[in-house]
Structure formats: structure tokens, C-alpha cells
Ligand binder design. Structure first.
Ligand code: CCH
Length: 290
């Protein structure tokens, strides 16, 4: 792991790219779990309560670190810790979000707009004092379209952005020992593309017969692929479905819309002052909000 000059974020991107390949871990890359870390760090945001979001890097501390929804993300945090150790000038909040953005790009996806400036909670005590109550804000894969809307509307996303963001399930897999669900969504889960949307529309997804939670399966090219109930909700809902169809037909459109929506996700709750620093405020949220 190398030290790069303070403020050299392209240098940090290069460091992240160096550690993505990991034979023996899942499908040979830690990219997908880094994308999930960036998403769960950001996806606690509430536009109304003006708290949650990536600023603070609260997942280093309970209750976020021990939230069942974040099971497995300790691996992602450990994987990138050496980059922080070599470059303590970058905040964890910036590093986690930049690592997720870099991983998408490195796996063949679009370039994600990203800006630095996030600040870390100084301690668990500070996190508790500043963060506010952000429990139970991440989505539950066992539920349906209404739940997805409740969660993503709270962050300030619309239906089109929700479908675009869901395209991240082209990456990685579910782990029975983390979420309870099991398997990848696509045959090559370390390459970003619009396969997830194509498969949603073209395969017959049937309930998997097993002891685990309710999920769907289809065998594709000899590989058992999966869909969560929330994934299938995207083709059953009359407003989500046309977007699934658009993204299945047009990968360039998906890349453009995914980059915009994922970039927006990473920015939620990150309110910078004139010098580019996003300060932390008690209860979370924006220091300039009314
Ligand atoms: Fe997701 N996701 N996600 N997801 N997710 C899981 C894995 C990944 C939901 C549930 C799950 C987004 C939206 C949703 C990734 C990115 C995004 C898993 C398996 C569940 C369950 C976890 C495990 O067992 O390891 C639900 C529900 C929703 C929305 O309703 C969004 C948005 C993003 C990013 C933009 C990625 C990547 C993974 C793979 C992680 C890995 O370790 O391979």
C-alpha cells in the first residue's frame, strides 16, 4: 500500500484499483462489496430529518456497524483499511464513497461523479451525539414496491432513479451467512452491464425450493442465478417496469442514469462550506438548513 500526496484523490483511486482483485474471495474481486459499503454508508439519509448519509462514516461504530442490514460490510471496511492507514489524511467517509465509485468504474461501469470534503465522527460518543436516530432505514429485500418507494423517496429519489440504482445488482452476490439470501444475479458478477435488467425480463423466475428466505431462481448457462423479492417488484410494478425495459434495451442510457443516481446517493447529506468541508452537526444533517 502506498502513501499518496495529501489531496491526490486520483492517487487514492489508483490504490483502490490495486486491491480489487482478490483470488479466493467470492468471484475474485472485492469490487462489489465496496459498492455495497458506499451505498449502505449513504443510504441512511432522510431528506426530511436531514440526517443520515455518508458524512461521519458512522458505520465504524454501533449501532450501524452491528445493524443486521450491514452484515458482511466489515469485510469491505477491513479490505480498504490499509489504504487509510497509509493515507490518514483522507476521511473514512470520503474513502468509502470514493472506493465504491472507483469499483464501479474499474468493473466496466460508468465514471461516477464524486467530490471530497466529508468529515469523520471523532469517536463513538461523537457519533451517538451527532448522528441522530437513523435505525432501520435500509431496505428489506423480502418486501415489495411500496417499501422500496418509502425507503428511496425518503432519500429524495424518484421511480426512474430507483430502477437505475437497482442496476447495481449486476454486481456481486447474496451470502447466506450475511443476508440469508444466496447467489449472484448475473453470470459475470464482477462486470458492470445491463445484464441484470435483461435477465429480469427474459428469464422465468421461479421460487427457489430451499430452507432459506423466499427468493427466486433461474438456471442460466449452467449457473443458478437469483432475484430478491424487491428485484421482482421492479418488473411487477407498472411504473418501475418501463424503466427496466429501457435499461435492458439501452446500456448507454443505464450507464448515464446510474452514474447520475449513484453520484447523487454518495452526496446525500454532504453539505460543504465555502472551503469544501462538510462539517458534522448535532442530530446530523446540514449546518445551513433552517
Ligand atoms: Fe443491494 N443487496 N439492495 N443494492 N447490493 C445485496 C447485495 C448487493 C437490496 C438488498 C440486497 C441496492 C439496493 C438494494 C448491492 C448494491 C446495491 C444483498 C445481499 C441484499 C439482500 C447481501 C449479502 O448477503 O451479502 C435491496 C432490498 C435493495 C433495494 O430495495 C442499491 C441501490 C445498490 C447500489 C447502488 C451490491 C453491489 C451487492 C453485492 C454485495 C456483495 O458483497 O457482493
Amino acid at each position: 500500500m502506498s502513501s499518496v500526496p495529501k489531496g491526490d484523490y486520483d492517487g487514492i483511486r489508483a490504490e483502490v484499483k490495486k486491491i480489487l482483485k482478490r483470488p479466493g474471495y467470492d468471484d475474485g474481486s472485492i469490487g462489489p462489496v465496496l459498492v455495497r459499503l458506499a451505498w449502505h454508508a449513504s443510504g441512511t439519509y432522510s431528506a426530511k430529518e436531514k440526517n443520515g448519509g455518508s458524512n461521519g462514516a458512522g458505520m465504524r461504530f454501533a449501532p450501524e456497524s452491528s445493524d443486521g442490514a450491514n452484515a458482511g460490510l466489515e469485510f469491505a471496511r477491513e479490505f480498504i483499511d490499509p489504504i487509510h492507514a497509509a493515507n490518514p489524511w483522507i476521511s473514512y467517509a470520503d474513502l468509502w464513497t470514493l472506493a465504491g465509485a472507483t469499483a464501479v468504474e474499474a468493473m466496466g461501469g460508468p465514471k461516477i461523479p464524486w467530490k471530497p470534503g466529508r468529515t469523520d465522527f471523532a469517536s463513538e460518543v461523537a457519533a451517538t451525539e451527532y448522528r441522530g436516530n437513523i435505525d432501520n432505514r435500509l431496505p428489506d429485500a423480502a418486501l415489495g414496491a411500496q417499501h422500496i418507494r418509502d425507503v428511496f423517496y425518503r432519500m429524495g429519489f424518484n421511480d426512474q432513479e430507483i430502477v437505475a440504482l437497482s442496476g447495481a445488482h449486476n454486481l456481486g452476490r447474496c451470502h447466506a451467512d450475511r443476508s440469508g439470501f444466496d447467489g449472484p444475479w448475473v453470470v459475470n458478477p464482477i462486470r458492470f452491464s445491463n445484464q441484470y435488467f435483461k435477465l429480469l425480463l427474459t428469464r422465468k423466475w421461479v421460487p427457489r425450493k430451499w430452507d432459506g428466505p423466499f427468493q427466486y431462481e433461474a438456471i442460466v448457462a449452467g449457473t443458478r442465478l437469483m432475484m430478491l423479492p424487491t428485484d421482482i417488484a421492479l418488473i411487477e410494478d407498472p411504473v418501475f417496469r418501463p424503466w427496466v425495459e429501457k435499461y435492458a434495451a439501452d446500456q448507454a442510457l443505464l450507464f448515464k442514469d446510474f452514474a447520475a443516481a449513484f453520484g447523487k446517493l454518495l452526496e446525500l447529506g454532504v453539505d460543504r462550506d465555502g472551503t469544501g468541508v462538510a462539517h458534522l452537526v448535532k442530530g446530523g444533517g446540514c449546518p445551513f438548513a433552517a
